[in-house]
Unconditional design. Structure first.
Length: 252
């Protein structure tokens, strides 16, 4: 069990932190003692609630609205985090778009939009955060992957491709950033019980409504616990790995 203050004095930036897994990650890192900059692209009200939940529990958090596919907006967000809290130690690339479209009907603009949010966004955030993470003397990057990148899925060629690319980026950056003392890992959620019915988040198709071997869907807090561990002092010898949190739904 993680110590309640193992992240004390640290600062985290969490993209897509307004709700669901992103909110749980933000709260988990704050519970570990970190100050958290919560990013959202447009869900200001939900992001403000995430910040309020952290602050009501005695933690430190702030909100920054930014489109992570915009290089200038990302640079401003990172500088805002450092300006607010004085440093930056952790980046969690959680922001992603959901979509369900048969491959033969998929348009190029939809393909590019999904890949850009996951891959361009993670690239821009990691590159902007790098000087600060290196200066911290042992930073952490945690990417949030997807089980379908390992199993495949129908109607989600763009999502699967984007998340598979994120796995490759994780390994590449783990090697390249190791001399800076920065660890880079990927947490891969399985079937997680999250709020559905949001724009761009279609209902789960019937063929993906079954349960994994443990007999239940996971909770966002269980994904968040894995992220908190990988950001903590007990995971400094872990890098370039994909940690699956899926109740046995996929066994690597």
């Amino acid at each position: 069990m993680a110590e309640a203050s193992e992240l004390a004095g640290k600062v985290a930036l969490v993209t897509g932190g307004a709700r669901n897994i992103g909110r749980a990650i933000s709260r988990a890192l704050a519970a570990g003692g970190a100050a958290v900059m919560v990013n959202a692209r447009s869900s200001r009200a939900q992001a403000e609630q995430t910040v309020a939940l952290i602050q009501s529990a005695g933690g430190r958090a702030a909100l920054h609205i930014a489109d992570i596919t915009d290089a200038g907006a990302v640079a401003a967000m990172v500088e805002a985090a450092v300006g607010e809290f004085g440093r930056l130690d952790m980046l969690v690339n959680n922001a992603a778009l959901r979509a369900e479209t048969p491959f033969e009907e998929m348009q190029l603009d939809e393909w590019r939009r999904i890949l850009s949010n996951t891959l361009d966004g993670s690239f821009l955030c990691a590159q902007a955060c790098l000087p600060h993470l290196a200066r911290a003397g042992g930073g952490s990057i945690v990417n949030i992957g997807g089980m379908t990148a390992h199993k495949g899925a129908t109607g989600r060629a763009h999502v699967v491709t984007a998340k598979a690319g994120l796995t490759g980026m994780t390994r590449a950056l783990a090697l390249e950033l190791a001399p800076h003392g920065i660890t880079v890992n990927c947490v891969v959620p399985g079937t997680i019980e999250t709020l559905r019915g949001l724009p761009g988040a279609p209902e789960r198709p019937a063929h993906r409504q079954g349960l994994p071997p443990v007999g239940r869907r996971g909770a966002p807090d269980e994904v968040a616990s894995a992220v908190r561990f990988l950001c903590g002092p007990g995971a400094r010898y872990i890098t370039g790995q994909s940690l699956h949190v899926n109740g046995g739904g996929y066994m690597a």
